[in-house]
Design a protein around this ligand. Structure first.
Ligand code: DC
Length: 226
């Protein structure tokens, strides 16, 4: 059977996981799997149907009506929610917060974990999220826990919003990030934590290129050993 490589990147909100993972994927010729986008697509469905994240029964019922499919066009991941490509609708703070709140339920997670594991069986993948190294791909060839100080992450998020023409309050952005991390780290099922065999990378004082090069170097070092 052909061996497919897998790299897991976990870490808190705004650590730069997707930017870094996309670049590493391009350089190594891997598929980039953005698992947060899948939780966001589910969240969009709940928001559209006026389902509160606190209403576990309705969330569980709604999960039966949601079909998420992942497709790749020119290397870009497309998330298809019940037949509709929702990539352009899931990047808001509202959807992000709903994704964090609704992803605490095992029924939501199990639906997506299966999809994520299937993707890793047929492609070389670099997958980012919160539970990739600890739960989704426990045998990943390389695990990275990517983080940065809360201040730095808030600054990056704020700049990202500013570039989109959104004038946000940096203190509010930081508060939001702290709340999101707290929820993602303390949920009962598959919480965000550094896997025992993950390499910690603190990007507070590193450029994107420095982090990308570091991850590629780690991978090339272990590749010869696999
Ligand atoms: O990475 P992101 O901001 O797109 O993720 C949105 C939320 O989805 C995040 O706050 C928690 C949840 N999530 C998760 O629980 N597990 C993952 N593997 C990815 C995201």
């Amino acid at each position: 059977m052909k061996k497919y490589y897998s790299i897991a990147i976990d870490g808190p909100a705004g650590a730069g996981k997707s930017t870094i993972a996309k670049k590493v994927a391009k350089d190594l010729g891997f598929i980039y799997v953005d698992t947060g986008a899948m939780y966001r697509a589910m969240a969009l469905y709940f928001i559209r149907n006026n389902i509160s994240a606190k209403d576990q029964e309705s969330i569980e019922k709604a999960c039966k009506d949601v079909k998420i499919v992942i497709e790749y066009i020119d290397g870009e991941q497309g998330v298809i929610l019940n037949g509709e490509n929702v990539n352009g609708l899931i990047r808001t703070e509202e959807v992000g917060n709903m994704a964090s709140a609704s992803s605490v339920y095992p029924v939501v997670r199990m639906k997506l974990v299966e999809l994520q594991q299937e993707l890793a069986k047929t492609e070389n993948v670099i997958m980012d999220g919160r539970d990739i190294g600890t739960y989704v791909l426990p045998n990943a060839d390389l695990k990275i826990y990517l983080t940065a100080s809360t201040k730095e992450r808030a600054k990056r998020r704020w700049l990202e919003l500013k570039n989109k023409g959104i004038d946000a309050d940096i203190t509010a952005v930081e508060k939001d990030i702290i709340e999101r991390d707290q929820r993602d780290m303390t949920r009962e099922f598959a919480p965000l934590k550094q896997a025992e065999d993950a390499i910690l990378v603190d990007s507070s004082n590193l450029t994107i290129e420095e982090v990308v090069d570091r991850i590629k170097e780690y991978f090339n070092n272990i590749k010869g050993l696999i």
